[in-house]
Every structure is written in structure tokens, then in C-alpha cells.
Design a binder for this molecule. Structure first.
Ligand code: SF4
Length: 226
């Protein structure tokens, strides 16, 4: 399995935000989102066996929440799925952050799936695999990264068309973050002011959750491995 990093921090996004979490960041991505903050995952990485990954995770105990992220972790599903099954059997709580472009059918149902449906402003709109909708449950979350009003309207239409407010645990709306942030730990680095996004959500009565990437406010936004 090709990895970029394994580290412990607090979960920065989703309804798990603020909880201690071990992050396993896999190498490689098949998309190229315009605002991507993880381009360093596109190439390279180091190869570890399943046993070596488990050893690294165990060294970071006692955290019991583990997130697989990337890049796109499901590009390595042949190695990842057995690893997930092993960690679940050992009592870990697992999350996966994925674009939803890869099939979700083999992800064990008890893994919390955080699925990032790409909006038009990402440059990867339309990449979501619609057949994945049937594998989303109340323990999963769907995220939309919003760069502008067009993205918001796309997200609102998608949420309503697929009744996501009722079918998944949380619908997350996250203001896009600029690719070249200042060192300020503030919303000035957001491409869309969170206040504006909240006003739109309230005006529409959208039962979604504003999701700020809290690690970018706890540490300087460029800092990796946090
Ligand atoms: S899917 Fe994620 S890692 Fe891949 S380009 Fe988009 S934001 Fe970056």
C-alpha cells in the first residue's frame, strides 16, 4: 500500500470534528480539483505492508478513531478493504474520506464514509458515481465544498433531488479554502465567506451542517501532518 503519511491529530471536519484521530493518508488521486490542498499526494509515497500499517497505527494508540484519506484512498481498495476489516475486528472506529468517484460497494458498512460530491467550481463536477447513492446510510456523511453561489445552488439541488437530508447522517457544506493561504488562522483564507454560506443555508431552510476545516484555524493553514 502506498502511503504519504500516518499521524495523529484532531479530526478537522465532519460531525467527528474535534475528536482525536489517526490519519492514514494514501498516495495517488485520479481527480484534479482546482482548490486541492493535497497535491503533494499525487506522486510518490512509500510502500508498507498491511502488518506495517497496523504497527504504525498501534504506535499512535490510544486513539481508536482512524481515518483513511488521500489523495483518493479507494484507488488502493485491493489492499485497503482487508486492512479495514482487520482494524474493525480489532475494535477501531473507521472513517474514509473519498470523492465518491470510485465504487463504495466493498467498503465495510460500519466504516463511516465521508463522501465529497464535487461541485462545478472544483473543475471535477460530474465525477460522483451516482450508483454509490445506494451504499450511503445514516452513518455516512455527504460533503460539498462550496466556492461560490453556483456551487451552492448545485449542492442544494443535489441534496433535494436525492433527499440527502433524510438518508445520510449529515450533509456538510464547507467553504472552499484558497490554494495559497496566508499564515492567518482566519476565514480570510476562505474563497467564500462562511457567513454568506450560512445566510444562504438559513434562507433556504437547508438541514445541512456548516463544516469548517478546524485544523486550519488551530494551526497555520499551510501546516501539514496536523
Ligand atoms: S479528490 Fe481530493 S485529493 Fe483528489 S484532487 Fe480532489 S481534493 Fe485533491
Amino acid at each position: 500500500m502506498y502511503l504519504i503519511e500516518i499521524y495523529k491529530s484532531v479530526q478537522g471536519e465532519s460531525s467527528f470534528a474535534g475528536r482525536p484521530c489517526i490519519f492514514v493518508r494514501l498516495a495517488g488521486c485520479n481527480l484534479r480539483c482546482s482548490w486541492c490542498d493535497s497535491e503533494y499526494t499525487f506522486k510518490g509515497g512509500y510502500n508498507l505492508t498491511e502488518d506495517e500499517v497496523v504497527d504504525e497505527i498501534e504506535k499512535l494508540a490510544p486513539a481508536k478513531l482512524v481515518e483513511f484519506t488521500g489523495g483518493e484512498p479507494l484507488l488502493q481498495d485491493r489492499e485497503l478493504i482487508p486492512l479495514m476489516e482487520r482494524l474493525l475486528a480489532a475494535g477501531y472506529e473507521l472513517m474514509i474520506e473519498t470523492s465518491g468517484e470510485r465504487p463504495l460497494d466493498r467498503v465495510p458498512p460500519s466504516v463511516h464514509k465521508i463522501v465529497d460530491v464535487k461541485c462545478p467550481g472544483s473543475g471535477e463536477g460530474g465525477s460522483f458515481r451516482m450508483s454509490n447513492l445506494e451504499y450511503l446510510t445514516k452513518s455516512d456523511e455527504v460533503k460539498f465544498v462550496i466556492a461560490n453561489r453556483d456551487d451552492y445552488e448545485f449542492a442544494r439541488a443535489f441534496i433535494r433531488e436525492h433527499a440527502l437530508e433524510a438518508s445520510v447522517g449529515s450533509v456538510l457544506l464547507s467553504p472552499a479554502f484558497t490554494k495559497a493561504p496566508s499564515t492567518a488562522r482566519s476565514t480570510e483564507n476562505c474563497m467564500l465567506d462562511p457567513r454568506e454560506l450560512v445566510e444562504w443555508m438559513l434562507a433556504d431552510g437547508l438541514d445541512a451542517r456548516l463544516s469548517l476545516q478546524i485544523h486550519k484555524y488551530i494551526w497555520e493553514p499551510q501546516k501539514k501532518g496536523v
